[in-house]
Structures are given as C-alpha cells and as structure tokens.
Write a protein that binds this ligand. Structure first.
Ligand code: NAD
Length: 348
C-alpha cells in the first residue's frame, strides 16, 4: 500500500492511497481539526479522474467543518472518496481502506456516505477503530434518518418563528418534496404538531402508502411548485432552489433535509430579497451527524444525549436568523459567519 501526501492550501492534510493488491485508489481530506477530529463520510464513485475526486473530497471536507461547527458536535471536518465502480467492492478492498483510515491515527473518522453501506463499514472496522455509524448491535448509533427528521422538525420551529412570529404548526401548510427515510418521518412529525401536509415524490407507490396511512394531501411531483404553502421542505435531491424555480415558489419559508439545496450560494440572497426565510440545509439537516458524534463521547452512544443536542438545531437556526437580520446578509452567509465565529473562538 502506497500512501502519499497531496499539499493543498487551507487543508490540514490530504492523502492518497494506492494499493495494487486490492486495486484501492482513495483520497482522504482533513480540512480542519480545530474543534476536534475530522468526521465525515466515505463515498465511492467512478470518478473520471483523480482530479475530479480531489475536487469533490476537498469541497465536501470543508463543508463538514462548517456543518460540525454550527452543529457544535465537537468535531472537525473531513471526508474520504474511493475512486471506482461500486459494483467492484470486496471485503479486501474495504479492509485496505480501513488500513488507510487507520494510518491517520484518529485525525480522520469515517462514516457512511454515497454508495457505502454498513457491510462496507464493518469491513473497514476490521482494520481501524476510527469508524462511526455502525449498527446499534455493533455499538453504533444506527440509522441516522429519524434523527435527521427530528432535527429538521426542531429547525422548522425556528423557521416558523422567523417567518410568522410563532413556532406553532397549527394551521400551517407544509409541502414536502421527497418522502423517503427522512421526508416521510418529517411529514408525520409536522402533521402530529398540527400542520396540514402535502407531499410529492417520484415514487408514486410511496406517496399512495403514506397518504392512505396518514391522510396527507398529495400533488404530482412535476406540479408541486404550483402549491401555495407556508413552508416548503425539499427532502429529495440537491440544486432544486435555482433561477428557474425561485420565481415559481409560493411559500414563506424553505426548510428541508436535502443536501445542497441551493444551486449557487447567491440563490440565498435572491430568497432574502423575496422575503422567503431559508434554513441553510447543512444547519437544519445536522441531526444525523450530531447523532453519530455521540458515539465518540466517553461511555459511547447514548440516545437521550443525542436528542438533547439534536434539539439545539432550533437554537442554532435562531442564531443564524439573528446574524442574517443584524448584518443584512443571506442566511447562507450568516451560517458561515456562525461557523467561523465558533472556529475563531476555539482557536483563541
Ligand atoms: P431517501 O432515498 O430515503 O429518500 C429520498 C426520496 O426522494 C425518495 O422517496 C425518492 O423517491 C425521492 N426522490 C428522488 N428524486 C426525486 C425527485 N426528483 N422528485 C421527487 N422525489 C424524488 O433519502 P433520505 O435519506 O430521506 O435523504 C433525503 C435527502 O436528505 C438527501 O438529499 C440526503 O442527502 C439528505 N440527507 C439525509 C440525511 C439522512 O440522515 N438520511 C442526513 C442529511 C441529509
């Protein structure tokens, strides 16, 4: 196994692994460990080149520093990418990845991300202890989705307060795009709290099932932006907030779990100009990472502690909105300011 360093300005450590025995070609980026060891998922994709993989891992690792700083997980930001076709996975392959992760001595802690499952992480775990997100039976924190949904729900309370002056869901109309693991649970929580819920998803069977079970309204996915609502919750995919969709929005606020909702950061400024309250995705969807971070506290995973910290997403968003109001900047920029403030305080 050959491990070599790639020097990148602004990053604490970026390393490449090439292992001829297993064919593993992977990168780990540690962006910043001011607040703690760098935690971030491992993804596997058939990147066209190492440069493309490097671009992705750098961008994602930096994003994790900001996400963890705002979520106050006591962790830094990092990420790893495995270059290759997910169909070519093997036990030996991920054991080699485990040795690569271990070579950083705990500076980087890995978890699940795109195309990486529990079985892969179990193989990584054979070679290193620096793995989180394992199943409950293996001492991990299990499936993060219900925790992400709870964090979004708590964040929505701050959003309702900001947009309507009250955190109450009673009589509010929430429109969700994507009712998978997180969106489905979030829809239930909103309804239980008194909201009217409309859902859409490209998986029609799933929509049918949830409407029958909970009495939600539904709308065909292609027409969901025609629905007037109080809160729009993108819970499916990224880049749905863009120049084409913003003029169509009929909501007072956007608060959903999907990653990278804005096509570009400037779209947060456009939303502010239009008076739409936007909850930055990485602030409101941090429930999963907060849950995983609790695996690392002395004594190991503890659900009540996780929930207590997840519920602070409400307070984190209130701070983001306050900075946005006071400094007349978008909530996207305000969240970055909050993260930078916490990083600067820790450096001092
Ligand atoms: P999921 O795969 O369980 O659910 C996604 C749902 O969106 C599916 O039902 C799918 O059919 C639907 N969908 C996909 N494309 C769509 C489209 N174009 N239009 C409408 N519906 C579409 O995923 P999830 O775990 O619920 O995650 C949802 C989003 O939240 C993703 O962007 C994910 O990256 C993000 N996220 C998830 C977590 C977590 O803990 N699972 C944490 C942070 C962020």
């Amino acid at each position: 196994m050959q491990i070599s360093e790639i020097r990148v300005d602004g990053y604490e450590k970026v390393v490449r692994c090439q292992d001829s025995a297993t064919g593993l070609h992977a990168l780990i980026a540690v962006h910043d460990t001011t607040l703690g060891p760098a935690l971030g998922g491992m993804r596997m994709l058939p990147y066209a080149s190492e440069d493309e993989a490097l671009f992705d891992v750098l961008r994602l690792a930096r994003g994790m520093t900001y996400k963890s700083a705002v979520a106050d997980t006591g962790l830094g930001g990092g990420k790893s990418v495995v270059i290759g076709d997910p169909k070519l996975k093997s036990r030996a392959f991920f054991e080699a990845m485990g040795r690569f992760v271990d070579s950083l001595g705990g500076k980087y802690i890995t978890a699940e991300d795109m195309n990486i499952g529990i079985e892969d992480l179990n193989n990584v775990r054979r070679q290193t202890r620096w793995v989180t997100g394992l199943s409950l039976s293996d001492g991990g924190s299990g499936n993060p989705s219900p925790y992400t949904a709870r964090g979004c729900f708590m964040g929505m309370k701050a959003v309702l307060e900001e947009a309507f002056g009250s955190a109450s869901f009673t009589g509010r109309h929430v429109l969700l795009q994507g009712v998978g693991a997180v969106g489905g649970r979030l829809a239930e929580l909103c309804q239980e709290a008194g909201a009217k819920v409309t859902i859409c998803d490209i998986n029609e069977a799933r929509v049918k099932e949830l409407c029958a079970k909970h009495g939600f309204q539904s709308v065909p996915d292609a027409r969901h932006l025609e629905v007037a609502c109080d809160v729009y919750a993108p819970c499916a995919r990224g880049a749905t907030i863009n120049d084409a969709t913003i003029p169509q929005l009929k909501c007072k606020a956007i608060a959903g779990c999907a990653n990278n909702q804005l096509l570009e950061p400037r779209h947060a400024d456009v939303l502010k100009q239009k008076g739409i309250v936007y909850a930055p995705d990485y602030v409101i969807n941090a429930g999963g990472i907060i849950n995983v971070s609790i695996e690392l506290i002395p004594g190991g995973y503890n659900e009540p502690k996780a929930l207590e910290k997840i519920d602070r997403i409400y307070e984190n968003l209130r701070q983001v909105f306050q900075i946005s109001r006071e400094q007349k900047i978008s909530t996207h920029n305000a969240a970055e300011k909050l993260a930078e403030r916490r990083l600067a305080a820790a450096r001092r």
